[in-house]
Design a protein around this ligand. Structure first.
Ligand code: KE4
Length: 429
């Protein structure tokens, strides 16, 4: 059954005439699965509605923000009320303090927090502040983790992982990545070697405390505790990039789930409830380096935008009041079990890791623990699965290397609908 989407096709042709690749973010371009991106008209609850009159059960939620589903009444009401007063003033508002207070209460490792407009801005700023605080320049990231399109983080491992990184994109000068080490996620020994060799030069380590950007990869506790100990010993700033996991895996994010306290945290996605919001924060002594209090410069015209702050407050207040996390985890666990049972029945090599409301069905025989094992996935088989699910009204991420997100608007009926579609889709793969 192939669903035709003539309007999306027509609008994609139009968009490509005026926007590079027809999209404002490459993640939406269907590059990993082929075909034409679906143009969306509106969202409601767990559903997306396209411009051809089709509707889909949404497991992306705008790549993470919509943990409560689309158009949640509390969020829409808050945005509409804020809009009545105007859109932006370029001056402080009470709303910014009110959201900052909620973030600090939710994430105790963040003693001070600065609002920005995207996850990229948050990670870029956190790196700069960590370098300013330590007076060091070397940073460490892990292959497969994505932290936004920051020059110093668009990097692939150098000739030897313990040597400087090389740009992974044209337009990024070698000077921007020469101080970035790229190590293997979940490899404590390599981490220890890097610190033994140059720990006194390492300003910061940044990681996704649960990875969504190579598909879902869960850290070992040994990796996280080793990382925390090495950063403590060498005076290195540990940055948890919780842009995706913040308010997603628990109200206090992955750091609450694992009981590991980073020195800095970056946030985004859910924090803005679909409006453009990012944030970075951490220990007060580090954040006091940020301008105008300290010498590390960072600024933004629309940072702390009142409409976005109102959306974020409604999101956090609703999450705190309703505590959807146990239900989200139960739905996600049963979805993983169901998908795995179907794939096993059809003899399809796979793994289906899940944590909280994040899940990935990897078409790979071996468990995925890092970038090397993630890239052993059968992406052609994933592409077939993706389109078979899309044609059955299930909207998945258009890449094997992404996590899927369950929302509080997904019900038992939706779980059954998803598994019924997967039964047919996996039989075709
Ligand atoms: P943004 O600049 O896109 O708001 O955030 C960058 C970012 C930072 N850190 C993490 C852990 C992230 O996942 C992201 C962005 N995530 C991707 C999806 N995997 C956004 C989708 C897109 O780029 O369109």
């Amino acid at each position: 059954m192939t669903v035709s989407r003539p309007q999306s096709q027509r609008q994609f042709e139009r968009a490509q005439r005026v926007i590079p690749g027809g999209v404002n973010s490459p993640a939406r371009a269907f590059g990993g699965v082929g075909g034409t991106p679906v143009f969306i008209d509106r969202g409601d609850g767990p559903y997306l509605y396209d411009i051809d009159g089709n509707h889909y059960l949404d497991y992306i939620g705008s790549w993470g923000p919509h943990i409560l589903g689309h158009r949640h009444p509390a969020i829409m009401t808050a945005i509409q009320a804020a809009l009545e007063k105007g859109t932006s003033f370029g001056a402080p508002t009470v709303l910014e303090s009110e959201l900052a207070e909620r973030v600090i209460a939710a994430v105790p490792s963040m003693e001070l927090v600065r609002m920005v407009n995207s996850g990229t801005e948050a990670t870029m700023s956190a790196i700069r502040v960590a370098r300013g605080f330590t007076g060091r320049e070397t940073i460490v990231k892990f292959a497969g983790c994505y932290h936004g399109h920051v020059d110093s983080l668009l990097v692939k491992a150098g000739s030897g992982a313990l040597t400087h990184g090389n740009p992974s994109s044209p337009g990024v000068p070698a000077g921007c990545t020469q101080d970035t080490l790229v190590l293997e996620y979940n490899d404590s020994q390599q981490l220890a070697e890097a610190f033994a060799k140059q720990g006194d030069k390492i300003a910061a380590v940044i990681l996704e405390p649960v990875v969504g950007n190579m598909g879902l990869v869960i850290p070992s506790m040994e990796f996280l505790t080793t990382l925390r100990k090495l950063c403590d010993h060498h005076g290195t700033v540990l940055i948890f990039d919780e842009v995706m996991t913040g308010f997603r895996l628990a109200y206090g994010g992955a750091q609450e789930l694992f009981g590991i306290r980073p020195d800095m945290t970056t946030l985004g996605k859910i924090l803005g409830a679909g409006m453009p919001v990012g944030a970075y924060g951490g220990r007060a002594e580090i954040m006091r380096k940020v301008s105008p209090l300290g010498p590390v410069y960072q600024a933004g015209t629309l940072s702390g935008n009142p409409v976005a702050m109102a959306a974020g407050m409604a999101m956090l207040d609703t999450l705190k009041a309703t505590d959807p996390y146990p239900k989200l985890a139960d739905y996600t666990r049963r979805l993983a079990m169901g998908l795995s049972a179907i794939a096993t029945k059809h003899g399809i090599p796979h793994s289906c890791p899940h944590v909280g409301s994040m899940i990935t069905l990897f078409f790979a025989a071996e468990p995925v623990t890092n970038y090397a094992t993630a890239t052993m996935s059968d992406t052609a088989r994933f592409a077939k699965f993706f389109h078979a699910m899309l044609d059955r009204g299930i909207y998945l991420a258009c890449s094997q290397y992404e996590a899927h997100f369950v929302s509080a608007a997904h019900t038992e009926e939706h779980l059954q609908e998803t598994l019924t579609a997967a039964e047919e889709a996996l039989a075709m793969c």
